[in-house]
Design a protein around this ligand. Structure first.
Ligand SMILES: [Zn+2]
Length: 396
Protein backbone atom coordinates (compact mmCIF):
# COMPACT_ATOMS: atom_id res chain seq x y z
CA UNK A 1 0.00 0.00 0.00
CA UNK A 2 2.88 2.34 0.70
CA UNK A 3 4.05 1.94 -2.88
CA UNK A 4 0.59 2.76 -4.16
CA UNK A 5 0.27 5.93 -2.14
CA UNK A 6 3.63 7.16 -3.28
CA UNK A 7 2.83 6.33 -6.78
CA UNK A 8 -0.48 8.18 -6.86
CA UNK A 9 1.13 11.13 -5.21
CA UNK A 10 3.83 11.30 -7.89
CA UNK A 11 1.29 10.98 -10.60
CA UNK A 12 -0.93 13.71 -9.26
CA UNK A 13 1.94 16.11 -9.47
CA UNK A 14 2.79 15.04 -13.01
CA UNK A 15 -0.80 15.35 -14.16
CA UNK A 16 -1.27 18.73 -12.57
CA UNK A 17 1.91 20.00 -14.14
CA UNK A 18 0.85 18.56 -17.48
CA UNK A 19 -2.33 20.58 -17.44
CA UNK A 20 -0.62 23.78 -16.42
CA UNK A 21 2.06 23.48 -19.08
CA UNK A 22 -0.39 22.83 -21.88
CA UNK A 23 -2.57 25.70 -20.71
CA UNK A 24 -5.63 23.54 -21.21
CA UNK A 25 -7.77 21.87 -18.63
CA UNK A 26 -9.66 18.82 -19.76
CA UNK A 27 -12.96 18.36 -17.92
CA UNK A 28 -12.37 14.65 -18.14
CA UNK A 29 -9.20 13.87 -16.22
CA UNK A 30 -6.64 11.89 -18.17
CA UNK A 31 -6.65 8.14 -18.08
CA UNK A 32 -4.32 6.75 -15.45
CA UNK A 33 -2.15 4.77 -17.82
CA UNK A 34 1.04 6.68 -17.18
CA UNK A 35 0.45 6.41 -13.47
CA UNK A 36 -0.23 2.72 -13.74
CA UNK A 37 2.95 2.17 -15.77
CA UNK A 38 4.96 4.11 -13.21
CA UNK A 39 3.53 1.83 -10.56
CA UNK A 40 4.73 -1.19 -12.52
CA UNK A 41 8.20 0.29 -12.73
CA UNK A 42 8.21 0.72 -8.99
CA UNK A 43 7.34 -2.93 -8.61
CA UNK A 44 9.86 -3.80 -11.39
CA UNK A 45 7.75 -6.08 -13.56
CA UNK A 46 9.23 -6.38 -17.04
CA UNK A 47 7.21 -5.97 -20.19
CA UNK A 48 7.07 -9.35 -21.94
CA UNK A 49 8.14 -9.72 -25.54
CA UNK A 50 5.45 -10.20 -28.12
CA UNK A 51 5.53 -12.33 -31.20
CA UNK A 52 3.85 -10.02 -33.70
CA UNK A 53 4.08 -12.29 -36.73
CA UNK A 54 1.16 -14.65 -36.20
CA UNK A 55 -1.24 -15.36 -39.00
CA UNK A 56 -3.75 -12.64 -39.63
CA UNK A 57 -6.28 -15.08 -41.08
CA UNK A 58 -7.29 -15.97 -37.53
CA UNK A 59 -8.36 -12.40 -37.03
CA UNK A 60 -12.00 -12.59 -37.87
CA UNK A 61 -14.73 -11.77 -35.41
CA UNK A 62 -13.82 -12.51 -31.81
CA UNK A 63 -16.41 -12.32 -29.04
CA UNK A 64 -15.12 -11.64 -25.55
CA UNK A 65 -17.31 -12.39 -22.52
CA UNK A 66 -17.42 -9.45 -20.15
CA UNK A 67 -18.12 -9.18 -16.46
CA UNK A 68 -18.88 -5.70 -15.15
CA UNK A 69 -18.11 -5.20 -11.46
CA UNK A 70 -20.05 -2.21 -10.16
CA UNK A 71 -18.29 -1.30 -6.90
CA UNK A 72 -20.35 1.55 -5.54
CA UNK A 73 -20.43 3.68 -2.43
CA UNK A 74 -22.97 6.37 -3.30
CA UNK A 75 -26.21 5.68 -5.13
CA UNK A 76 -25.22 7.58 -8.25
CA UNK A 77 -22.26 5.21 -8.60
CA UNK A 78 -24.62 2.24 -8.71
CA UNK A 79 -25.20 2.55 -12.45
CA UNK A 80 -28.13 0.85 -14.17
CA UNK A 81 -28.13 -2.32 -16.23
CA UNK A 82 -29.42 -0.26 -19.13
CA UNK A 83 -26.40 2.02 -18.98
CA UNK A 84 -24.10 -0.99 -18.98
CA UNK A 85 -25.82 -2.41 -22.05
CA UNK A 86 -25.58 0.95 -23.83
CA UNK A 87 -21.86 1.19 -22.98
CA UNK A 88 -21.15 -2.26 -24.42
CA UNK A 89 -23.02 -1.30 -27.58
CA UNK A 90 -20.79 1.76 -27.87
CA UNK A 91 -17.71 -0.38 -27.36
CA UNK A 92 -18.87 -2.80 -30.05
CA UNK A 93 -19.68 0.07 -32.40
CA UNK A 94 -16.22 1.59 -32.14
CA UNK A 95 -14.25 -1.67 -32.16
CA UNK A 96 -16.04 -2.64 -35.36
CA UNK A 97 -15.82 0.70 -37.18
CA UNK A 98 -19.61 0.98 -37.17
CA UNK A 99 -19.55 4.50 -35.74
CA UNK A 100 -21.35 7.06 -37.88
CA UNK A 101 -18.69 9.74 -37.35
CA UNK A 102 -15.89 8.06 -39.31
CA UNK A 103 -16.50 10.63 -42.02
CA UNK A 104 -14.66 13.22 -39.94
CA UNK A 105 -11.38 11.32 -40.38
CA UNK A 106 -9.24 13.50 -42.68
CA UNK A 107 -8.60 12.19 -46.19
CA UNK A 108 -4.92 11.51 -45.46
CA UNK A 109 -5.86 9.00 -42.74
CA UNK A 110 -8.98 7.45 -44.29
CA UNK A 111 -7.19 4.37 -45.62
CA UNK A 112 -5.73 3.63 -42.20
CA UNK A 113 -9.13 3.16 -40.51
CA UNK A 114 -9.44 -0.35 -39.10
CA UNK A 115 -12.30 -2.55 -38.01
CA UNK A 116 -10.77 -4.38 -35.07
CA UNK A 117 -13.27 -7.25 -35.33
CA UNK A 118 -13.87 -7.79 -31.62
CA UNK A 119 -17.24 -7.71 -29.87
CA UNK A 120 -17.89 -7.58 -26.15
CA UNK A 121 -20.86 -9.45 -24.72
CA UNK A 122 -22.08 -9.89 -21.15
CA UNK A 123 -21.14 -13.24 -19.68
CA UNK A 124 -24.02 -15.68 -19.24
CA UNK A 125 -22.11 -18.07 -16.99
CA UNK A 126 -19.90 -17.44 -13.98
CA UNK A 127 -16.50 -19.18 -13.75
CA UNK A 128 -18.21 -21.94 -11.75
CA UNK A 129 -20.94 -22.39 -14.36
CA UNK A 130 -23.74 -20.54 -12.61
CA UNK A 131 -26.17 -18.44 -14.70
CA UNK A 132 -25.50 -14.71 -14.55
CA UNK A 133 -26.28 -11.53 -16.41
CA UNK A 134 -22.57 -10.64 -16.35
CA UNK A 135 -23.01 -7.84 -13.81
CA UNK A 136 -21.73 -7.99 -10.21
CA UNK A 137 -22.76 -5.30 -7.75
CA UNK A 138 -20.86 -4.65 -4.54
CA UNK A 139 -21.61 -1.88 -2.09
CA UNK A 140 -18.28 -0.77 -0.69
CA UNK A 141 -17.18 1.24 2.31
CA UNK A 142 -13.90 2.19 0.62
CA UNK A 143 -13.65 5.81 -0.52
CA UNK A 144 -12.46 6.17 -4.10
CA UNK A 145 -12.16 2.39 -4.30
CA UNK A 146 -11.22 2.64 -7.98
CA UNK A 147 -7.89 4.23 -7.10
CA UNK A 148 -6.84 1.46 -4.70
CA UNK A 149 -5.96 -2.20 -5.01
CA UNK A 150 -8.75 -3.02 -2.57
CA UNK A 151 -11.00 -2.74 -5.64
CA UNK A 152 -9.89 -6.18 -6.82
CA UNK A 153 -10.81 -8.29 -3.81
CA UNK A 154 -14.08 -9.22 -2.11
CA UNK A 155 -12.27 -9.31 1.20
CA UNK A 156 -11.22 -5.66 1.09
CA UNK A 157 -14.47 -4.06 -0.02
CA UNK A 158 -14.03 -4.63 -3.74
CA UNK A 159 -15.12 -7.32 -6.19
CA UNK A 160 -12.81 -10.22 -7.01
CA UNK A 161 -11.94 -10.84 -10.65
CA UNK A 162 -13.45 -13.64 -12.65
CA UNK A 163 -10.90 -15.80 -14.51
CA UNK A 164 -9.07 -13.00 -16.30
CA UNK A 165 -7.80 -15.32 -19.03
CA UNK A 166 -11.33 -15.98 -20.24
CA UNK A 167 -13.32 -12.88 -19.23
CA UNK A 168 -12.70 -9.19 -19.70
CA UNK A 169 -13.19 -7.80 -16.19
CA UNK A 170 -14.42 -4.21 -16.14
CA UNK A 171 -14.54 -2.53 -12.73
CA UNK A 172 -16.75 0.57 -12.53
CA UNK A 173 -15.76 2.47 -9.40
CA UNK A 174 -14.90 5.95 -8.22
CA UNK A 175 -11.30 6.62 -9.24
CA UNK A 176 -11.08 10.04 -7.62
CA UNK A 177 -10.38 13.28 -9.43
CA UNK A 178 -6.96 12.64 -10.96
CA UNK A 179 -7.80 10.04 -13.57
CA UNK A 180 -10.86 8.66 -15.33
CA UNK A 181 -9.73 5.06 -15.65
CA UNK A 182 -7.03 2.74 -16.94
CA UNK A 183 -6.56 -0.57 -18.69
CA UNK A 184 -3.88 -3.06 -17.70
CA UNK A 185 -1.38 -3.86 -20.47
CA UNK A 186 -1.29 -7.54 -21.42
CA UNK A 187 1.02 -9.70 -19.37
CA UNK A 188 2.09 -7.03 -16.91
CA UNK A 189 -0.19 -7.54 -13.93
CA UNK A 190 -1.07 -10.39 -11.62
CA UNK A 191 -4.13 -12.12 -13.08
CA UNK A 192 -6.45 -11.05 -10.28
CA UNK A 193 -5.92 -7.36 -11.02
CA UNK A 194 -6.12 -7.58 -14.82
CA UNK A 195 -8.79 -5.72 -16.75
CA UNK A 196 -10.21 -2.25 -17.19
CA UNK A 197 -11.04 0.20 -14.41
CA UNK A 198 -13.29 3.18 -15.07
CA UNK A 199 -15.00 5.91 -13.08
CA UNK A 200 -18.83 5.67 -13.31
CA UNK A 201 -18.95 9.35 -14.26
CA UNK A 202 -17.31 8.52 -17.58
CA UNK A 203 -19.03 5.17 -18.14
CA UNK A 204 -21.89 4.71 -20.59
CA UNK A 205 -23.81 7.18 -22.68
CA UNK A 206 -24.99 10.52 -21.32
CA UNK A 207 -25.65 14.10 -22.34
CA UNK A 208 -22.18 15.38 -21.52
CA UNK A 209 -20.68 17.15 -24.52
CA UNK A 210 -17.14 15.97 -23.83
CA UNK A 211 -17.45 12.40 -22.62
CA UNK A 212 -21.02 11.30 -23.35
CA UNK A 213 -20.35 8.76 -26.11
CA UNK A 214 -18.82 5.95 -24.09
CA UNK A 215 -15.33 6.46 -25.48
CA UNK A 216 -13.47 6.60 -22.19
CA UNK A 217 -14.01 2.84 -22.06
CA UNK A 218 -12.99 2.45 -25.72
CA UNK A 219 -9.68 4.19 -24.90
CA UNK A 220 -9.04 2.14 -21.74
CA UNK A 221 -9.92 -1.10 -23.51
CA UNK A 222 -7.34 -0.13 -26.13
CA UNK A 223 -4.75 -0.09 -23.33
CA UNK A 224 -6.01 -3.47 -22.10
CA UNK A 225 -5.06 -4.84 -25.53
CA UNK A 226 -1.61 -3.26 -25.38
CA UNK A 227 -2.15 0.04 -27.22
CA UNK A 228 -0.19 3.04 -26.03
CA UNK A 229 -1.17 6.68 -26.35
CA UNK A 230 -0.50 8.10 -29.81
CA UNK A 231 1.84 10.71 -28.35
CA UNK A 232 5.14 9.88 -26.64
CA UNK A 233 5.97 13.01 -24.61
CA UNK A 234 9.33 13.23 -26.36
CA UNK A 235 10.37 16.81 -27.24
CA UNK A 236 12.80 15.42 -29.83
CA UNK A 237 10.05 13.41 -31.58
CA UNK A 238 12.16 10.28 -31.50
CA UNK A 239 9.98 8.08 -29.31
CA UNK A 240 6.60 6.90 -30.55
CA UNK A 241 3.79 4.49 -29.73
CA UNK A 242 5.39 1.58 -31.63
CA UNK A 243 2.59 1.63 -34.19
CA UNK A 244 3.75 2.21 -37.74
CA UNK A 245 0.74 4.05 -39.16
CA UNK A 246 0.14 6.50 -36.32
CA UNK A 247 2.31 9.59 -36.89
CA UNK A 248 4.79 10.66 -34.23
CA UNK A 249 3.27 13.18 -31.86
CA UNK A 250 4.74 15.14 -28.98
CA UNK A 251 1.84 15.75 -26.63
CA UNK A 252 -1.83 14.89 -26.17
CA UNK A 253 -4.55 17.01 -27.72
CA UNK A 254 -7.56 18.11 -25.70
CA UNK A 255 -10.99 19.40 -26.64
CA UNK A 256 -11.75 19.40 -30.35
CA UNK A 257 -8.70 20.67 -32.26
CA UNK A 258 -8.94 22.16 -35.73
CA UNK A 259 -7.39 20.03 -38.43
CA UNK A 260 -4.53 19.95 -39.23
CA UNK A 261 -2.24 19.96 -36.19
CA UNK A 262 1.40 19.02 -36.44
CA UNK A 263 3.81 18.55 -33.54
CA UNK A 264 6.54 16.47 -35.20
CA UNK A 265 7.07 16.08 -38.93
CA UNK A 266 3.67 14.74 -39.95
CA UNK A 267 0.10 15.72 -39.27
CA UNK A 268 -1.06 14.61 -35.78
CA UNK A 269 -3.73 11.92 -35.73
CA UNK A 270 -5.61 13.52 -32.84
CA UNK A 271 -8.88 11.86 -33.89
CA UNK A 272 -7.48 8.49 -32.80
CA UNK A 273 -9.18 6.78 -29.83
CA UNK A 274 -5.79 6.72 -28.10
CA UNK A 275 -5.48 10.52 -27.89
CA UNK A 276 -7.18 12.68 -25.22
CA UNK A 277 -9.63 14.68 -27.33
CA UNK A 278 -13.34 14.91 -26.44
CA UNK A 279 -15.56 11.96 -27.32
CA UNK A 280 -17.18 13.60 -30.38
CA UNK A 281 -13.74 14.22 -31.86
CA UNK A 282 -12.18 10.76 -31.48
CA UNK A 283 -13.40 8.13 -33.89
CA UNK A 284 -10.79 5.69 -35.22
CA UNK A 285 -8.28 2.93 -34.65
CA UNK A 286 -5.66 2.25 -37.33
CA UNK A 287 -4.64 -0.92 -39.12
CA UNK A 288 -1.38 -0.87 -37.19
CA UNK A 289 -3.27 -0.69 -33.92
CA UNK A 290 -5.38 -3.62 -35.06
CA UNK A 291 -2.22 -5.65 -35.68
CA UNK A 292 -0.99 -4.78 -32.21
CA UNK A 293 -4.28 -5.71 -30.55
CA UNK A 294 -4.47 -9.10 -32.26
CA UNK A 295 -0.80 -9.83 -31.59
CA UNK A 296 -1.40 -9.05 -27.92
CA UNK A 297 -4.32 -11.45 -27.79
CA UNK A 298 -2.53 -14.23 -29.65
CA UNK A 299 0.59 -14.10 -27.54
CA UNK A 300 -0.48 -12.81 -24.16
CA UNK A 301 -4.21 -13.45 -23.87
CA UNK A 302 -4.60 -16.62 -26.00
CA UNK A 303 -7.34 -18.14 -23.85
CA UNK A 304 -9.67 -15.48 -25.27
CA UNK A 305 -9.35 -17.13 -28.69
CA UNK A 306 -10.69 -20.52 -27.65
CA UNK A 307 -13.26 -19.43 -25.16
CA UNK A 308 -16.11 -21.64 -24.05
CA UNK A 309 -17.73 -19.12 -21.72
CA UNK A 310 -21.36 -18.49 -22.66
CA UNK A 311 -22.41 -14.90 -23.21
CA UNK A 312 -25.27 -12.55 -24.02
CA UNK A 313 -24.93 -10.29 -27.03
CA UNK A 314 -26.99 -7.16 -27.32
CA UNK A 315 -28.10 -5.95 -30.71
CA UNK A 316 -27.16 -2.39 -31.46
CA UNK A 317 -30.71 -1.47 -32.48
CA UNK A 318 -32.10 -2.02 -29.00
CA UNK A 319 -31.71 1.50 -27.74
CA UNK A 320 -33.88 3.08 -30.39
CA UNK A 321 -37.40 4.10 -29.50
CA UNK A 322 -37.88 3.85 -25.74
CA UNK A 323 -41.48 4.94 -25.95
CA UNK A 324 -42.89 2.41 -23.57
CA UNK A 325 -41.87 1.81 -20.01
CA UNK A 326 -41.54 -1.37 -17.99
CA UNK A 327 -42.16 -1.83 -14.31
CA UNK A 328 -41.06 -3.23 -12.05
CA UNK A 329 -37.63 -3.94 -13.48
CA UNK A 330 -36.28 -6.36 -12.27
CA UNK A 331 -39.62 -8.18 -12.20
CA UNK A 332 -40.54 -11.36 -10.37
CA UNK A 333 -44.00 -12.55 -11.42
CA UNK A 334 -45.45 -9.95 -13.74
CA UNK A 335 -44.24 -7.09 -15.88
CA UNK A 336 -46.30 -3.97 -16.55
CA UNK A 337 -45.86 -2.27 -19.92
CA UNK A 338 -47.02 1.35 -20.15
CA UNK A 339 -47.41 3.08 -23.47
CA UNK A 340 -47.64 6.77 -24.15
CA UNK A 341 -51.09 8.35 -24.32
CA UNK A 342 -51.25 8.09 -28.08
CA UNK A 343 -50.55 4.39 -28.06
CA UNK A 344 -52.99 1.53 -27.84
CA UNK A 345 -54.61 -1.00 -30.15
CA UNK A 346 -53.44 -4.41 -31.25
CA UNK A 347 -49.88 -5.06 -30.16
CA UNK A 348 -47.46 -7.87 -30.89
CA UNK A 349 -45.36 -8.50 -27.78
CA UNK A 350 -42.33 -10.78 -28.06
CA UNK A 351 -39.80 -11.78 -25.42
CA UNK A 352 -36.37 -13.07 -26.39
CA UNK A 353 -33.58 -14.35 -24.23
CA UNK A 354 -30.21 -12.79 -24.88
CA UNK A 355 -29.17 -15.62 -27.14
CA UNK A 356 -31.93 -14.43 -29.45
CA UNK A 357 -34.38 -17.29 -28.80
CA UNK A 358 -38.06 -16.37 -28.82
CA UNK A 359 -39.45 -17.26 -25.38
CA UNK A 360 -42.93 -15.70 -25.40
CA UNK A 361 -45.19 -14.21 -28.04
CA UNK A 362 -48.53 -12.55 -27.35
CA UNK A 363 -50.72 -10.65 -29.74
CA UNK A 364 -53.24 -8.63 -27.77
CA UNK A 365 -55.40 -5.55 -27.65
CA UNK A 366 -53.95 -3.08 -25.16
CA UNK A 367 -55.10 0.24 -23.81
CA UNK A 368 -52.06 2.16 -22.50
CA UNK A 369 -51.22 -0.41 -19.83
CA UNK A 370 -50.64 -4.11 -20.31
CA UNK A 371 -49.65 -6.64 -17.68
CA UNK A 372 -47.65 -9.68 -18.67
CA UNK A 373 -47.22 -12.81 -16.54
CA UNK A 374 -43.60 -13.96 -16.65
CA UNK A 375 -43.63 -16.80 -14.12
CA UNK A 376 -42.46 -19.26 -16.74
CA UNK A 377 -39.21 -17.43 -17.47
CA UNK A 378 -36.13 -18.40 -15.53
CA UNK A 379 -34.16 -15.62 -13.85
CA UNK A 380 -31.96 -13.63 -16.22
CA UNK A 381 -31.88 -10.77 -18.68
CA UNK A 382 -34.43 -10.58 -21.52
CA UNK A 383 -35.32 -8.42 -24.47
CA UNK A 384 -38.94 -7.43 -24.90
CA UNK A 385 -40.08 -6.19 -28.29
CA UNK A 386 -43.37 -4.45 -28.89
CA UNK A 387 -44.10 -3.67 -32.52
CA UNK A 388 -40.40 -3.80 -33.27
CA UNK A 389 -39.32 -1.50 -30.43
CA UNK A 390 -37.12 -3.18 -27.87
CA UNK A 391 -36.17 -2.84 -24.25
CA UNK A 392 -34.31 -4.94 -21.73
CA UNK A 393 -35.69 -6.30 -18.52
CA UNK A 394 -34.46 -8.57 -15.79
CA UNK A 395 -36.45 -11.53 -14.46
CA UNK A 396 -35.47 -11.75 -10.83
ZN1 LIG B 1 -4.84 6.39 -21.79
Amino acid sequence: MRTCSRFFCILSIVLTLGCDLSGQISERPPCGQDLWEAKLMLSSIQRPRQNESLASQQRSQLIIPVVVHVVWRTWDENITDKLIVAQLEALNRDFNAENQDLGQVPYEFQDRIAKIGISFCLAAKTPTGQPTNGIVRVKTYVEEAGSTDSLFFDSTGGSSAWDTERYLNIWVANTGKYFSGYGTYPGLTPPNTTGVIINPKYFGLNEHSKYGLGRTLVHETGHYFGLKHVWASDPLCEADDEIEDTPKQKNPHFGCPDYPQSSCTESDMFMNFMDYVDDPCMCMFTRGQKEKIWASIETLRPALLNNTVEYYCILSTLNKGFDFTLSPNPATNSLTIRFSEQEGGLKEVQIFDLLGRLRMRISTLVNLIFKLEINDLEPGMYVIKVDGRAQIFIKA
